[in-house]
Design a protein around this ligand. Structure first.
Ligand SMILES: NC(=O)CC[C@H](N)C(=O)O
Length: 254
């Protein structure tokens, strides 16, 4: 039987439509090579999954979702609106108790961090889920926005660099719970944080701009502002994997 996977984009503020557009475009690339349809297909021709993409503004809408994107925008505003709509605790439950796949871009990455430095006075509320501390606005103000080629090995060996768009972007300044090195267990607890992308600007030592911890993925930059579907395709692949395993994305392998 075909299973429907509902992917939400948190639509309180920020780049919602751009993500929805690229998600729709990405589905064309999820199919197996032998069946050029918009959904993954087993050999007998019945799609294993179909995707539905939807905007999320309320807790009941979130409850319909199998996976969620928190877009770029302004994390302080998003947190205030989420609090008013009673969405903060349902979001925390979605990420940290139900372990559903979640991807945060830019402000979304800030929301998914357990800690944020350079927050506004009095702090800001976060959803959490990634054991990292982010530093907001690492690359300056809006007019200092830039595009730079970024090597992302998780996109495959020899993958062309990704044109990464940085707009008042945060960086991961500290990984609080790193992924264990091969051979070392992590005591059966939740898996650690894998660094999936490092940006090396001029003279810089390298800024961590893409991380994953189990079901939670975060990027400092904005793939939805390009026409490059590769990261959306990769992430939807992880969502399909999670659906096959009944929720949690298992293991650290990418
Ligand atoms: N483009 C963005 O999403 C900017 C993020 C913003 N600086 C924040 O901290 O929320």
């Amino acid at each position: 039987m075909t299973k429907s996977i509902t992917v939400g984009v948190l639509a309180l503020q920020g780049g919602v439509i751009e993500h929805l557009n690229l998600l729709r475009k990405a589905t064309a690339h999820i199919s197996s090579a032998s069946s050029p349809t918009s959904t993954p297909q087993p050999p007998n021709g019945t799609p294993e999954f179909t995707f539905a993409f939807t905007e999320v503004r309320t807790a009941p809408q979130l409850a319909q979702c199998d996976a969620l994107i928190i877009p770029g925008g302004e994390s302080t505003t998003m947190a205030i609106v989420a609090r008013r709509l009673g969405l903060l605790d349902p979001l925390r439950e979605f990420v940290k108790i139900q372990h559903k796949p979640v991807w945060g871009t830019c402000a979304g990455l800030v929301m998914l961090a357990e800690q944020a430095a350079a927050t506004k006075q009095g702090g800001q509320e976060l959803v959490g889920g990634l054991d990292v501390r982010v530093l907001r606005n690492r690359f300056g103000t809006q007019i200092q926005s830039f595009v730079a080629p970024l090597e992302l090995p998780f996109l495959g060996e020899g993958a062309a660099p990704f044109r990464a768009v940085f707009i008042r972007a945060p960086v991961v300044e500290e990984v609080i719970a790193p992924a264990p090195v091969a051979g070392e267990g992590n005591g059966g607890e939740r898996e650690g944080v894998e660094v999936l992308g490092v940006f090396r600007g001029e003279g810089g030592e390298g800024d961590v701009v893409a991380v994953r911890q189990g079901n939670v993925f975060g990027t400092s930059f904005h793939p939805e502002l390009t026409d490059d579907v590769r990261i959306h395709v990769w992430w939807l692949g992880r969502v399909v994997e999670a659906a096959r395993h009944g929720g949690l994305v298992v293991g650290n392998g990418v």
